[in-house]
Design a protein around this ligand. Sequence first.
Ligand code: DX5
Ligand code: ZN
Length: 219
Amino acid sequence: MDKKIIAPSLLAADFANLQQDIEMVNNSEADWFHIDIMDGVFVPNISFGMPVLKAITAHAQKTIDVHLMIVDPDRYIKTFADLGAHNLTVHYEACTHLHRTLQAIKAEGMTAGVALNPHTNINLLEDIINDIDLVLIMSVNPGFGGQSFIENTYDKVKALKELINRKGAHTIIEIDGGVSSENAKELIDAGADVLVAGSFIFQSDNPTKTIKELNELIG
Ligand code: DX5
Ligand code: ZN
């Protein structure tokens, strides 16, 4: 993928002024909305659910990238498609029949992503990589925004990129957690295509400018 993607994570947005933050992203140089759904079981936190996602997609004018941090995600694939998700990412660690889950996501007209926790080896995807549109590498332990970036991520991205090339796959690589101007360029150089950023964008003084600067850094 030539154009590198910036995906602000709405987990770090101001939920009392969500529409304002959505408009900010609409009018910015960001490409996707990253939406984190947590169930309090797969991860030790609960974010938000369907009614909030419905409100978001009513205003969002860019690609809706949904990251499911939930057990047994198959139960909700159709629901997320109906709510307007364009990409649906499930966790490797949460799926017993991952191949079947990916087919079900695609059958609903979405692209299919697989997320890996920091301890999960990329080689576990070897037999299925050609079926995956996107691999999300967690660069923090999932569940919370604002955590420190795990340095081993660079090697993981490089190894995954090698696997993708070796298998002739068209899978894109997304990085999620602790992304900032400190690591963005190195992540792209390692092979990343999509950078998710929550706190770095929404807790900055001027989020629109922060997105623009990130974009210039990786462009
Ligand atoms: C964490 C979520 C991330 C989170 C990133 O479980 O998947 O998308 O919002 O937040 P930052 O960029 O603050 O680390
Ligand atoms: Zn996420």
